[in-house]
Design a binder for this molecule. Structure first.
Ligand code: AMP
Length: 116
């Protein structure tokens, strides 16, 4: 397994490198999953790839992207979340604030549609 691509200014890279603390839900060679520091639902987990990739448009490996979604789904099962929402904010106008790809796993309350 090669070294992960990192950006020293990225908060999620710092979490991946354990330079800042986070509540870790799951960790593997290809990802880390943490509890969101500002939860928008009773369960709010971020599934973050190990490599620094700014957003989903930059993710060129479809197999790895599929695996990341499978990881999010496995975590939902482990957390016994019967119903959940996976969200990938892409670009500032869509609400992206951390420019290291991540999947939000949200659950534990009734969700609105369309999302705001
Ligand atoms: P987004 O707005 O889609 O880019 O999502 C970024 C998410 O990262 C937000 O929900 C933040 O609350 C969350 N976040 C930012 N910093 C941290 C941190 N240090 N630990 C956990 N979650 C964080």
């Amino acid at each position: 397994m090669g070294q992960s691509v990192r950006d020293s200014n990225c908060i999620f890279c710092k979490i991946l490198e354990k330079k800042i603390p986070a509540t870790i839900v799951s960790e593997g060679s290809d990802h880390i999953a943490i509890r969101d520091v500002s939860p928008q639902a009773p369960s709010h987990i971020l599934v973050i790839p190990s490599d620094h990739i700014a957003d989903i448009r930059e993710f060129k490996q479809s197999e790895a992207l599929g695996k990341l979604f499978q990881t999010a789904t496995s975590i939902a099962k482990l957390e016994q979340l019967e119903s959940f929402r996976l969200v990938v904010n892409t670009g500032a106008e869509a609400g992206q604030t951390v420019f290291h790809l991540h999947i939000h796993l949200l659950a534990g309350r009734a969700m609105q549609w369309p999302p705001g």
